[in-house]
Design a protein around this ligand. Structure first.
Ligand code: ADP
Ligand code: MG
Length: 243
């Protein structure tokens, strides 16, 4: 049985950079056990929004309600403690260190490196993301580096995993593998916030979509029930004849 109820609710979330509103009064609800797309063109405000949800950026206005409670997310460590995991578009990994050492850097102290390696290996197998915890990051492909970020997030048993344009660095085969992992997370009752500007993958894997344009929500729908043209219209405005 999928979990039910709202996990995350965002009300009027706004971020100004100087006088420019990158996110302008965004409302969003993510249910438990749902893969929710955040769809929008480059510059729509997708990354800015999720950086506020992960405590990287401080909102200028608005409210984040996590599992029924209004929260101020102070920092990524706070977001992780709440149960939010994040896979960034640009990874921050130390090339000279191993997979397990990189993961250890984001965890609270007190767990040994061999425990981390063992747990990372177990999770990588369980979630279909093959990874050798003792490999050096410098020797890994970009797809493998992304798996480190996902396993790192899974180690903290998140209720919500946010992925920012994850397939932009993947081969089609790696993307298919990732989609299987996301389906498994959903089956476990976890929620996924999946950022993309690729309509076809959003229609294929996501249960809901919130569409952003110029920092505002222009649509909220079940993307599998929409035509590509109607989704594109929400993304880019009235005239979609050129895409
Ligand atoms: P998306 O992820 O949808 O491509 P972003 O959230 O990265 O969009 O950016 C939204 C808008 O905010 C863009 O116009 C971008 O140039 C601007 N922006 C993002 N981060 C900053 C920043 N730190 N300072 C100033 N402007 C920013
Ligand atoms: Mg972005």
């Amino acid at each position: 049985m999928p979990a039910s109820g709202t996990l995350l609710s965002v009300e009027g979330l706004t971020k100004y950079f100087g006088s420019f509103a990158a996110c302008d009064g965004i409302d969003l609800k993510i249910a438990k056990g749902e893969i929710h797309a955040l769809l929008g063109e480059n510059g729509a405000g997708k990354s800015t929004l999720v950086k506020m949800l992960f405590g990287v950026l401080e909102p200028s206005a608005g409210q984040i309600i996590w599992d029924g409670t209004p929260v101020t997310i102070e920092a990524p460590a706070h977001a992780r403690r709440l149960g939010i995991g994040m896979v960034f578009q640009h990874f921050s990994l130390f090339e000279a260190l191993t997979v397990a050492e990189n993961i250890a850097l984001s965890l609270e102290p007190g767990i040994s490196l061999s425990q981390i390696a063992e747990e990372a290996r177990r999770l990588s197998v369980e979630y279909g993301l093959p990874l050798d915890p003792r490999a050096h990051v410098a020797d890994l492909s970009v797809g493998e580096r992304q798996r480190i970020e996902i396993v790192r997030a899974l180690l903290q048993n998140p209720k919500l995993i946010i992925l920012d344009e994850p397939t932009s660095v993947l081969t089609p085969q790696e993307a298919d593998r990732l989609f299987e992992t996301l389906n498994k997370l959903r089956a476990e009752g976890r929620s996924v916030l999946y950022i993309s500007h690729r309509l076809e993958e959003v229609q294929r894997i996501c249960d809901k979509a919130t569409v952003l344009r110029h920092g505002k929500v222009t649509g909220a729908c079940d993307p599998s029930q929409e035509t590509a043209a109607s989704l594109a219209r929400m993304m880019v405005g009235g005239d979609v004849s050129e895409i």
